[in-house]
Write a protein that binds this ligand. Structure first.
Ligand code: NDP
Ligand code: ZN
Length: 351
């Protein structure tokens, strides 16, 4: 089969590989639509996972099942499925401890284009199909379904980790597709005031569509100054970080109220350590929690997030700014994610 791969740091191209073999619990899936991700950019151009050779890229896809293992119960060839970017080993003890994302070790659930080949191929392998795949409801098209792989669950995970509650004030730092879904998730969880921190006008407009009430341009002065001014120096109850870099944590600590939560879903592709400003962190006694998380995969999570789309409570179409038809455009999509032109939120390639 053919796959679009990382050939080395900063190098990509098409390669030939054996079609993956499946075990008794697994499935072989053909992608119907895929989307390149900022995480692919960190992996290829920042070398964030280290050197990789001939690793097929991609972890966002909707697909059709081609073959299932002998012990797969609920899926059969021909079924159309939502494919989560994170596909944990549900039989690992850490899954029972509540950290299925880290089954098998730190970030162990992140298999596609990390510990095995990804979805930018004629076919890809899914471990533990019954636990990891979800049936694609008829009302959701294959392009929108791709946003369920990673963008929706990651942004919503940010809102979950921040424990956003009715009436709260929330700042979402970074409003690319992940941050926009964090805005939508915070809004659905009942936030009152939502600060969207970004730069490009298109992302600000889409943030408004998803429920943002206030807009901060990080290029127009320090974020903390703008948010503290707008909140009468009170700051915000919660911060969700979906963009920026290791210095963004310092900003977040400065704008969050005592006992607030800072939830990071940003992939820190470079830098050594994050700094926590001592005074703003209440001299170490401010009850300000900082947590960062890999998005949860899992059939239940995918099915429930899809319910929001089926019922018309979540519309992902504003994210899909660039649509392509044919595998040859996967590279174009990845280059777009790399270069981030002003009119881009997310490309989707229909196969
Ligand atoms: P984008 O690059 O599309 O969006 C990043 C956002 O951050 C943009 O709004 C950008 O503004 C803004 N930004 C850039 N620099 C700064 C800064 N210094 N301060 C504040 N805001 C800034 O990324 P995605 O939305 O696609 O992804 C966000 C992150 O989430 C990535 O790191 C990605 O790898 C990660 N990720 C994590 C997952 C998880 O499981 N935790 C899963 C999927 C993705 P502008 O571009 O307008 O200048
Ligand atoms: Zn992704």
């Amino acid at each position: 089969m053919k796959g679009f791969a990382m050939l080395g740091i900063g190098k990509v191209g098409w390669i030939e590989k054996e079609t993956p073999a499946i075990g008794p619990y697994d499935a072989l899936v053909r992608p119907l639509a895929v989307s390149p991700c900022t995480s692919d950019v960190h992996t290829v151009w920042e070398g964030a996972l280290g050197e990789r050779t001939n690793l097929i890229l991609g972890h966002e896809a909707s697909g059709e099942i081609i073959e299932v293992g002998s012990l797969v119960r609920d899926f059969k060839p021909g079924d159309r499925v939502i494919v989560p970017a994170i596909t944990p080993d549900w039989m690992d003890v850490s899954a029972q401890r509540g950290y299925h994302q880290h089954a098998g070790g730190m970030l162990g659930g992140w298999k596609f284009s990390n510990s095995k080949d990804g979805v930018f191929a004629d076919f890809f392998h899914v471990n533990q199909a019954d636990g990891n795949l979800a049936h694609l409801p008829n009302g959701i098209n294959v392009q929108n379904a791709v946003m369920l792989s990673d963008m929706v669950p990651t942004g919503f995970h940010g809102a979950d980790l921040a424990e956003v509650a009715f009436g709260e004030t929330v700042a979402v730092i970074g409003i690319g597709p992940v941050g926009l879904m964090a805005v939508a998730g915070a809004n659905l969880r009942g936030a009152a005031r939502i600060f969207a921190v970004g730069n490009r006008p298109l992302t600000m407009d889409v943030a408004k569509f998803y429920g943002a009430t206030d807009f901060v341009n990080y290029k127009h002065g320090p974020i903390e100054q703008q948010i503290l001014e707008a909140t009468d120096n009170q700051g915000v109850d919660k911060v969700i970080i979906a963009g920026g870099n290791i210095d963004t944590f310092s900003t977040a600590v400065k704008i969050v109220r005592p006992a607030g939560i800072i939830a990071n879903v940003n992939y820190l592709g470079s830098g050594e350590s994050i700094a926590i400003p001592r005074e703003s962190w209440g001299l170490g006694m401010g009850h300000i929690r900082i947590i960062g998380g890999l998005m949860p995969g899992g059939r239940k999570n995918m099915t429930y997030l899809a319910n929001l789309m089926s019922c018309g409570k979540l519309d992902v179409t504003p994210l899909l700014t660039h649509r392509f038809y044919g595998a040859e455009f996967i590279e174009t999509g990845l280059e777009l994610m790399h270069n981030k032109p002003a009119d881009l939120i997310k490309p989707v390639v229909t196969l």
